[in-house]
Write a protein that binds this ligand. Sequence first.
Ligand SMILES: Nc1ncnc2c1ncn2[C@@H]1O[C@H](COP(=O)(O)OP(=O)(O)OP(=O)(O)O)[C@@H](O)[C@H]1O
Ligand SMILES: [Mg+2]
Length: 132
Amino acid sequence: MTDKISMTIPNQAQYVSIARLTATVIANTLGFDIDEIEDIKVAIGEACNNAVMHGNKSSNITLDFQIHEGRFFVEITDDGEGFDFEEYAEPVLEEYKGRGLGLFIIKTLMDEMIIDSGMGNGTRITLIKNKE
Ligand SMILES: Nc1ncnc2c1ncn2[C@@H]1O[C@H](COP(=O)(O)OP(=O)(O)OP(=O)(O)O)[C@@H](O)[C@H]1O
Ligand SMILES: [Mg+2]
């Protein structure tokens, strides 16, 4: 059985830490180790920061966690402007200009990153990490 926990926070920078903290507690409950929890915390922070930074018309961010043994799962949804993920290009690290690392970091830290977004349609990013 998969239990579900959902939370909605205002789409503002000062609430992102609440989402990070909740993800930390859930990952800890699922038995992830300290390094894995740190990875999850950073990834959730980057995804929420993107909602705040780029989802300008958005009013809320919703996080839907699934509680399932051996796997951390969350869907993070904003109702902002969305973007065309087909157009996304991974950063070239030698040419780093101080921006554009968030999705790359998330992808590196998590086992799966699924983006469902479209111009004018908001963004849903699904993040999964399996326990080692
Ligand atoms: N939730 C979102 N809503 C709208 N656009 C998004 C969202 N998340 C990502 N994007 C788009 O994807 C691009 C890449 O995101 P990424 O997090 O990799 O870089 P960044 O946010 O521009 O910079 P950084 O994360 O390093 O501060 C963003 O510039 C933005 O155009
Ligand atoms: Mg970002």
